[in-house]
Design a protein around this ligand. Structure first.
Ligand code: AHR
Length: 503
């Protein structure tokens, strides 16, 4: 079956914000303890951070990491995580029914971010706490000195401010499971007043207000309209979350789900426009899609801990989804959607980064390895920076129950004007082979293929494990051809590929 794709340097969606390739670390399960932090590990640095994990995070080139939650933040006292470690309290974490030692807090995480070549996106607790704690944390983190909270930071060993620019005003406040859950009006008022106070300290901060936890919430999309009505002129982004599952074990429907994601994004973009017009506002609010991933493999296994059957364990394995080859395709499709909608989705965070629904896994006292989904994220993060192209794609389609008619071949492309590259990210979500032809003549005739990576597997359920780490991995290919401005590639059934050409 044939697919035709036309790319042109003047058909541009947007300049991609590199923070589209952000991620997330929550105090949950083994994300922090035995994930990024394990003082007794053979690779641990002076601060107890695992260097093998840092290397893998650097490989992914993640520009921002959201911290410290997630549901965890809604009952978190940030003060517990600063000061001498031996004086830090052990707390019960009500979100995940575990114990939190507070060995890692703001200072340790900030240092880790420097080592991992990334920046903090910090969330304040608007569940059990409010405006006062948020402004104190901001003063502690960002004020140079000479005030109570900034002097405490200095006394705790950090002279220079952390200078955190991007702040989340709580987490999933629409969810009844959230500690301190609120109605849209209650949350909207609180978020507005908190944003106002934070801006009074520094008007250049970037603030993210909570949107819906997913598009199935009964309050969606009225939640977005009400919350933005309260906050529109004080915030920069509205946060959305979505997780994908193949509980039904139906690959065709599973791989059509990014169409649902697209609908969700565009509906919220419509709500943003509506409130912008209502307020006669000249400012533009964008979407921060700060939690997304496949999440379902571990759900049954987690039920015991979450129900309290294990008591209050420290850093138990939780949400440890082991990803399949099929999930490679899903993650590729989600990233394609974000690239195509990068004019409204400016920030996105793969949830999460290590051990907890994550591209990187670790064994305590053992190795770290790449899960299957590591790779599509790696290629998008590395080569998906520049201008997202508005492609014209003609592809055969198939009918799904999840999202109606979807194209067999799903494609996005990014033009790195400075480097002179165009990268195509191609997912064949059908069981048919596709012959794809890309018309790239508008980029000039002297183009050549500089990289071609392909992921296929005979078993859609294939996984990477500690003893078989490279079972699912990309292979460099030389099957694509480029001549007379036409790039041709054969796309095997259920395959992912990245083709990068010099222009
Ligand atoms: O990422 C796991 C959890 O999913 C987060 O804590 C929460 O925000 C969401 O429901």
């Amino acid at each position: 079956m044939k697919v035709s794709v036309v790319a042109h340097p003047q058909f541009v969606v947007a300049d991609i914000d590199p923070r589209l390739y952000g991620s997330f670390i929550e105090h949950l399960g083994r994300a922090v303890y035995t994930g990024i932090y394990e003082p007794d590990h053979g690779t641990a640095d002076q601060s107890g951070m695992r260097r093998d994990v840092i290397d893998l995070v650097k490989e992914l080139d993640v520009p921002i990491v959201r911290y410290p939650g997630g549901n965890f933040v809604s009952a978190y006292n940030w003060e517990d995580g600063v000061g001498p470690k031996e004086e830090r309290p052990v707390r019960l974490d009500l979100a995940w029914h575990t114990s939190e030692s507070n060995e890692v807090g703001l200072h340790e995480f900030a240092d880790w971010c420097v080592s991992a070549n990334t920046e903090m996106m910090l969330a304040v607790n608007l569940g059990s706490r409010g405006l006062d704690e948020a402004r104190n944390l901001l003063e502690y983190a960002n004020h140079p000195g000479g005030s109570e909270w900034s002097d405490k930071r200095i006394a705790n060993g950090r002279k220079e401010p952390f200078d955190v620019k991007l702040w989340c005003l709580g987490n999933e406040m629409d969810g009844p499971w959230q500690i301190g859950h609120k109605t849209a009006d209650e949350y909207g008022r609180l978020a507005h007043e908190t944003a106002k106070a934070m801006r009074a300290f520094d008007s250049s901060l970037e603030l993210v207000v909570c949107g819906s936890s997913n598009a199935k919430m009964p309050t969606y999309p009225e939640w977005e309209a009400t919350v933005l009505d309260h906050t529109y002129n004080e915030v920069d982004y509205i946060s959305l979350h979505m997780y994908f599952d193949n509980h039904a074990n139906d690959v065709g429907n599973y791989l059509a789900m990014n169409q649902k994601l697209d609908d969700y994004i565009m509906s919220v973009a419509g709500v943003i426009d509506y409130i912008k017009a209502k307020k006669r506002s000249s400012r533009q609010v964008y979407i921060s899609f700060d939690e997304w991933n496949v999440w379902y493999h571990s759900k049954e296994q987690d039920k015991k801990t979450l129900a309290g059957a294990d008591g209050w364990p420290f850093a138990p394995p939780l949400l440890e989804d082991i990803y399949t080859f099929e999930d490679v395709l899903q993650v590729g499709l989600i990233l394609n959607t974000f690239i195509r909608r990068s004019h409204v989705v400016r920030i996105a965070c793969l949830a999460q980064l290590v051990n907890v629904i994550a591209p990187i896994m670790t064994a305590p006292n053992g190795p770290a390895w790449r899960q299957t989904i590591f790779y599509p994220f790696l290629f998008a993060s590395r080569y998906g920076r520049g201008k997202a192209l508005d492609l014209k794609v003609k592809s055969p389609t198939y009918k799904s129950d999840t999202a109606g008619e979807v194209s067999c071949l799903d494609v996005s492309a990014v033009h790195d004007e400075e480097g002179g590259f165009v990268s195509f990210f191609v997912v064949n979500r059908s069981d048919k082979e596709m012959e794809a032809e890309f018309d790239v003549a508008a980029f000039g005739s002297a183009s050549s293929i500089v990289d071609h990576q392909v992921m296929t597997h005979a078993d859609l359920k294939a996984v990477n494990t500690e003893t078989n780490m490279d079972n699912v991995a990309p292979k460099k290919a030389d099957t694509a051809t480029l001549s007379d401005g036409r790039l041709s590639a054969t796309c095997a059934p259920y395959s992912y590929q990245m083709v990068r050409i010099k222009v």
